[in-house]
Design a protein around this ligand. Structure first.
Ligand SMILES: O=C(O)CCC(=O)C(=O)O
Length: 233
């Protein structure tokens, strides 16, 4: 928890043994291989497929595969890793938003954009800044093969951008290799990583070696106060 507060991420080595990994990889590969067979883009030029939208139709033929994935991302072990990460004022219960399977591209190598997930669909940086200051959203990911593609700017989850960072992630050169203080997160097969989705991060995508990383995104909610109105009001 201290590492998460200070740097915005932590790695849990050997989270899953070889047998568990092989089972989970078989399950996720069902979705990836079917998705690739059905599309010329999704699963080929994309960084990831959504296991709950793109892949779910494919998983319907193999309910055991969907169960295996759901069992992990809803497991007490994963929830225990997320416990205590919410901001003050947020509920401690993580809410699952989506589950993705990150894969290698099949046609060309490319570099991803530096971003905070909070900027996606958010045109106004000042609105985004308020979201970053008051809410928490986290990725839990599990490498099923060695994966060193992700880079994060440690500590960026807990503060707003420097002028250089803002110029890069909202400017014209979002794929630059020159992001100050970026750190590479190297996972070995079986390692898990939790990182704050509002951290400044990106990945670079290579056709080889194969990338097989399961990633689930969770958010924490603020308790809502329901206001009842009197009949006729
Ligand atoms: O690991 C990756 O490919 C990058 C992940 C990412 O940028 C994201 O999920 O927002």
């Amino acid at each position: 928890m201290d590492a998460f507060r200070a740097r915005g991420f932590f790695v849990v080595r050997d989270f899953l043994d070889a047998e568990g990994r092989a089972e989970l990889r078989r399950a996720c590969d069902v979705a990836l291989l079917h998705t690739r067979a059905l599309s010329r883009e999704t699963g080929h030029s994309t960084p990831r497929i959504s296991l709950l939208t793109d892949g779910v139709a494919c998983l319907q033929d193999d309910p055991g595969a969907l169960e295996r994935i759901a069992a992990l991302i809803g497991s007490p072990r994963v929830c225990a890793l997320l416990s205590g990460l919410a901001c003050p004022g947020e509920e401690d219960t993580p809410r699952l938003k989506d589950a993705h399977y990150y894969h290698e591209p099949t046609r060309r190598d490319w570099d991803g954009d530096w971003h905070r997930d909070s900027q996606l669909g958010q045109a106004d940086p000042e609105v985004e800044r308020a979201i970053v200051a008051t809410t928490t959203s986290v990725h839990f990911r599990l490498a099923l093969e060695d994966d060193d593609r992700l880079e994060i700017v440690p500590g960026s989850h807990a503060r707003w951008d420097t002028p250089d960072e803002l110029r890069i992630r909202r400017g014209a050169d979002r794929t630059t290799p020159d992001m100050p203080n970026a750190a590479r997160v190297a996972l070995r097969a079986g390692d898990a990583c939790v990182f704050h989705a509002w951290s400044i991060h990106r990945a670079t995508y290579l056709r080889a070696p194969p990338r097989r990383t399961l990633d689930a995104l969770y958010a924490f909610a603020r308790p809502t106060v329901r206001r009842w109105t009197s009949p006729g009001v």
